[in-house]
Design a protein around this ligand. Sequence first.
Ligand code: PHE
Length: 348
Amino acid sequence: MSTQEIEQLRERALRELAEATSQEALADWHARYLGRRGEVTQRLRQLGSLAPEERPAVGRALNELKQRLESAYEDRERQVRESELAERIAAETVDVTLPGRRPAIGTLHPVTQMIREVTDIFAHLGFQVVEGPEVEYGYYAFDALNIPPEHPARDVWDTIFIESEHKEIVLRPHTSPMQIRVMERRQPPVRVVVPGRCYRYEAVDATHEWHFHQIEGLAVDERITMADLKGTLAEFARQLFGRERRVRFRCDFFPFVEPGVDFAIDCMFCRGEGCRVCGGSGWIEILGAGMVHPQVLRNVGYDPERYTGWAFGMGVERLVMLKYGVPDIRYFYQGDLRFLAQFDRIPL
Ligand code: PHE
């Protein structure tokens, strides 16, 4: 084995080493030259078969070659490891400066928002918020409210009836039955507001839905007067629709109040001038109310000589329509996000 051969072996090994660009190729290279059956290892093993005078020089040259290759291998291995790591880091980089994707979180339904807004106003005026059943006995929906069977006023509430053999059962057409339920359970003073879903057998159009929401109010105590009703409703209307609102009471009829009124505010779109929203009248009716009928007080065991009170009831969808100029009540229950997402003042 000549020094020239060893020189050629060195050059070939170093060239191939420089060409190895992965850990795998490096391991392969190491096995071929420096492994147990590698070319350098095998040549070292063959030293014994050389002539004694050749051995020292060839032996030294081979050992030098072995050391040279081992250290070249280590250098190259470190280079490859570092560049593989750099490649991985570049490939797996997360760009923390990219703007995030905002998840859609939705909003409360406009009816829910309005119920919260209205009940909040009354809570601050000293009213308690209570709720009651949507499936109701005819007694609470009508009879106890001074609407006996066969009374023509019963037709005013186009009621959806539920089959029953013994007792009349209905889907409540208004929240007024809760007046009775509340008074049956407690003694005056009573001050409650009752938000809830109502149902009517109704042809659906831009201002009528077969189900909708009302908020009932009831205040009963000694010496409660119509002046309290007017003051309370005026304060409510001004908190909801603006401090500058003017208010109006007019006679109306409901069997469970006497006298009965409708309560209106001056139109906030034209300020009373007359426009499309108020139908040219300058006034917008927002609820029905009145002094609780003495017969209703008697029906729950209250003494009408001692106690007086008033009640009111308003449609929640109508309030939203008035406040935000929604032209059609059907939008509320179509589940169309283009409509619902506009009421995003209060996030979930
Ligand atoms: N319950 C009546 C309705 O649904 C509203 C109302 C409530 C009127 C309380 C007077 C007093 O139309």
